[in-house]
Design a binder for this molecule. Structure first.
Ligand SMILES: Nc1ncnc2c1ncn2[C@@H]1O[C@H](COP(=O)(O)OP(=O)(O)O)[C@@H](O)[C@H]1O
Ligand SMILES: [Mg+2]
Length: 256
């Protein structure tokens, strides 16, 4: 079980997350929705271990043990895989090199050990995700279109099969076929026992994955929990009206 307990997070001395509690069990999908700036990506970055995000209170636990002191690569080795909303390009690193290193890390081998079977697997997974198999030979994310990088991030999950997959907006910047392909990969991972935390702005994703719970965030806190109907209603009427209907007081987020 992945547990987030009373998590408070600051960036540059400013409090962004204000006491988040949530759990994701094996084989479960939890959706996270919330207006822009509500803290979804901050939550994902903090669980991944990005040092810019400072935990001032609370805990993140994997099977009951705190992972707060672990660097990102050890969190990954323990089974936390993350798809970021906006990854950076690294011209010096071929995608295949990253994939080999990730699988090696996960399986406790040296990062640079040759792993040709991974490349073959990656090419197959790429095709399944609607990517050209040659994508694995490209410099990491250089000149990737929005659709290519989302699919490539999900490709990493397909290959490394993390115990917990944190997927930040898998459906942003993807066409319908892309959402279907990504949804299929998530669904398969979850059938295999992965617990998934997935942020989204769109109800479309629930045509492809069946969430166990939907968590609504606003201003760095979880303010509501429900089922798939929550996502549908929000898509229909928007966040502001949804909050009103639920009788939830939300101070207007200030766009700085
Ligand atoms: N690296 C950062 N530096 C400064 N402020 C940040 C950073 N990341 C996020 N924030 C702020 O934290 C708040 C939550 O942002 P974010 O987690 O990206 O929200 P969401 O993903 O829900 O749109 C926003 O007010 C944003 O400006
Ligand atoms: Mg975000």
């Amino acid at each position: 079980m992945l547990e987030v307990v009373d998590l408070h997070v600051e960036i540059d001395g400013k409090e962004i997350l204000r006491g988040i509690n949530l759990t994701v069990k094996n084989g479960e999908i939890v959706l996270v929705v919330g207006p822009n700036g509500s803290g979804k990506s901050t939550l994902f970055q903090t669980i991944a271990g990005n040092p810019k995000y400072v935990v001032t209170r609370g805990d993140i636990r994997l099977d009951g043990e705190s992972i707060l002191e672990l660097p990102p690569e050890e969190r990954f080795a323990k089974g936390i895989g993350v798809v970021f909303q906006a990854p950076v390009a690294i011209p010096e690193v071929r995608f295949s090199v990253l994939l080999q290193a990730m699988v090696n890390k996960k399986e406790g081998r040296k990062l640079t050990d040759p792993a040709p079977q991974i490349i073959a697997e990656a090419r197959k997974a790429a095709a399944e995700l609607g990517l050209s198999p040659s994508v694995v030979e490209r410099p990491l994310y250089v000149g990737f279109s929005g659709g290519e990088f989302k699919r490539s991030e999900v490709l990493q999950l397909a290959l490394t099969k993390p115990r917990y997959a944190l997927i930040d907006e898998p459906d942003s910047g993807l066409d319908i076929d892309g959402i279907a392909a990504v949804g299929k990969v998530i669904d398969r991972l979850v059938s295999g026992g992965t617990g998934a935390l997935v942020s989204t702005h769109y109800a479309r994703i629930i045509n492809f994955v069946r969430p166990n719970r939907v968590i609504v965030m606003a201003n760095g806190a979880v303010i509501h929990e429900g089922g798939s109907d929550v996502v549908r209603r929000i898509e229909e009427v928007g966040y502001r009206q949804f909050f009103r209907e639920m009788g939830i007081e939300v101070e207007e987020a200030k766009v700085e």
